[in-house]
Design a binder for this molecule. Structure first.
Ligand code: 2HA
Ligand code: ZN
Length: 270
């Protein structure tokens, strides 16, 4: 049996959480990540089934029955993951229609998965329906996007268009745009269901006055998605109070669509 700490998925998770902390997106215990793992991959490192303990999830997710996830722990700090992955991360398998999570590795201090587990699992279900290759759901508190939700309209089309106009590559990276949820109580099944609904039409979902969710095929792609939106929000905050002399026009956006083979969200460009 190989050492799970040397698994590529573990190395990538440690690098990503460390990097996100360095970006200032995950203060204290802020943020959480879940990544779908292949059973065959997990079996190289863990003898299955070797269930350490079982934790009720508080929701039903039959679509995810028997699926394996590497997930960050509740109350744990991204900055500490690299020093003690086994305490700050866990590998779980969902069972009994998604109502239980079997801990196979990690959460070694008796901890459990992130408080945002419902939003993560429901988002996985929603994204898998759109893209069977989707494996990652990532939540964090990027400074500029969060700041933007205090002073920009939360209308999804307006929010998306503002971000697209801030950097040429935005429409290429997230042509489906950014969906937005108004402030809601976090950690609940309700915000989980609302987030998943928004994930049906976009890979980025802003939680007003809180942070953002991203979904993608791997950690790099999902990080890059959030990174690009956050960069655009930063530029917007630098210029929004100044007289705007130039922008990226809708005609130019159409040129980008053609050049990069992407299709902007229906009805978002004139
Ligand atoms: O895990 O970010 O939304 C801490 C959070 C909750
Ligand atoms: Zn949060």
């Amino acid at each position: 049996m190989k050492n799970v700490l040397e698994a590529p998925f573990m190395a990538e998770m440690i690098r990503t959480t460390t990097n996100m902390y360095a970006h200032g997106w995950d203060e204290r215990n802020g943020g959480n990540i879940s990544m779908l793992l292949d059973e065959e991959e997990v079996k190289k490192y863990l003898s299955i089934p070797a269930i350490v303990r079982v934790i009720p999830t508080g929701f039903e997710a039959p679509e995810l029955d028997g699926k394996y996830f590497l997930v960050t722990g509740t109350g744990k700090y991204f900055k500490n993951v690299q020093y003690d992955p086994k305490k700050n991360l866990g590998i779980v398998r969902l069972a009994n229609g998604g109502t239980e999570a079997e801990v196979l590795w990690g959460f070694s201090d008796g901890g459990k998965f992130t408080s945002e587990f419902p939003a993560h699992m429901m988002s996985h279900i929603a994204r898998m329906k759109v893209d069977s290759e989707n494996r990652v759901v990532m939540h964090c508190h990027p400074t500029n996007l969060l700041a933007m939700t205090y002073v920009h309209s939360l209308d999804e089309k307006a929010f998306t268009r503002t971000l697209w106009q801030m950097c040429t590559e935005c429409i290429v990276v997230f042509p489906d745009g950014v969906n937005v949820l108004p402030w809601m109580l976090c950690g609940t099944n309700e915000i989980g269901e609302a987030t998943a609904k928004k994930m049906e039409t976009a890979r980025l979902v802003v939680w007003a006055q809180h942070g953002i969710y991203g979904a993608g095929r791997d950690l790099d792609e999902t990080f890059g998605l959030i990174e690009t939106a956050e960069k655009a929000a930063e530029i917007w905050l630098k210029i929004a109070h100044l007289p705007i002399l130039n922008t990226i026009t809708d005609d130019q956006m159409h040129l980008l669509e053609k050049r990069f083979g992407v299709k902007a969200r229906e009805g978002y460009l004139s």
